[in-house]
Design a protein around this ligand. Structure first.
Ligand SMILES: [Zn+2]
Ligand SMILES: [Zn+2]
Length: 247
């Protein structure tokens, strides 16, 4: 028997999620408080939804999210997401998929990763001060950068005005795109809702599992979307949402 956990309570004064939209040059927002109950419900059945021992091992915990939506027929639909991959999987039944086609990702990523790894091994056979060593490492760096660009090109973001944009276009030119951008819960949930004609009503993200290394995230706590990765995306992803909610 697993120890019975005392579930967290809904924090008071939970603020709306806001994000600046470069398209409209204003802030768009979505309430968080109305999604808190659905988030607590999910926390209560996490061990039935997933193999949760993963969250207490080497991988540590992660962020989870719920998005309450209204369907075209007026039905309430609750979407749920985990950030990034879960125990090596991009797709798990019942959870929203990532922003890209998983097959296309694997076809692109897997052979390139092999090549990048092979270059690393090859470099190790040369002396670190040799010219060949530096050449191989430089080649490896260029391959990884190209792979990142090609991977980012697979991510397409949809807003609530029926528009879509590639991920790289939402980041200011010259500013690097952090690893894992687009894989957080909020982008997954909002993008999925936009594609499937669901009108988002409220969004909540929380942490579950063993605290992260820097101990800034704790199980059962609610958090706003991250600035570094989600900041540049969320404004666009929320674009048109207020109109969609009102209609
Ligand atoms: Zn994020
Ligand atoms: Zn906008």
């Amino acid at each position: 028997m697993l120890p019975v956990k005392k579930l967290p309570e809904i924090p008071e004064g939970i603020t709306d999620q806001k994000a600046f939209c470069t398209r409209c040059r204003c802030l768009h927002s979505i309430p968080r408080a109305p999604a808190a109950h659905a988030a607590l419900d999910l926390m209560a059945r996490m061990d039935k939804e997933l193999e949760i021992s993963y969250l207490y091992g080497k991988a540590l915990g992660k962020m989870f999210g719920v998005l309450i939506c209204r369907s075209e027929t007026g039905k309430t639909v609750i979407l749920k997401a985990f950030s990034g991959q879960y125990n090596g999987e991009w797709e798990i039944k019942g959870w929203v998929p990532p922003l890209f086609d998983v097959n296309a990702f694997q076809q692109l990523n897997d052979p390139m990763e092999e090549k990048i790894k092979a270059l690393g091994k090859m470099a190790a056979t040369f002396r670190p001060d040799s010219r060949r060593y530096k050449e191989i490492l430089n080649q490896r760096k260029q391959l990884s950068q190209q792979l990142m660009r090609d991977i980012h090109a697979l991510y397409s973001l949809h807003n609530y005005r029926g528009e879509q944009r590639p991920l790289a276009r939402l980041f200011p030119k010259g500013r690097g795109i952090p690893t894992g951008t687009g894989d957080c819960c909020a982008p997954k949930l909002l993008n999925y809702a936009a594609i499937n004609n669901l009108q988002p009503q409220a969004l909540a993200e929380f942490y579950w599992g063993r605290s992260n290394r820097s101990a800034t995230k704790h199980e059962g706590q609610f958090y706003l979307a991250c600035d570094g990765k989600c900041g540049p995306l969320l404004g666009y992803l929320l674009c048109g949402i207020q109109e969609a909610r009102a209609s």
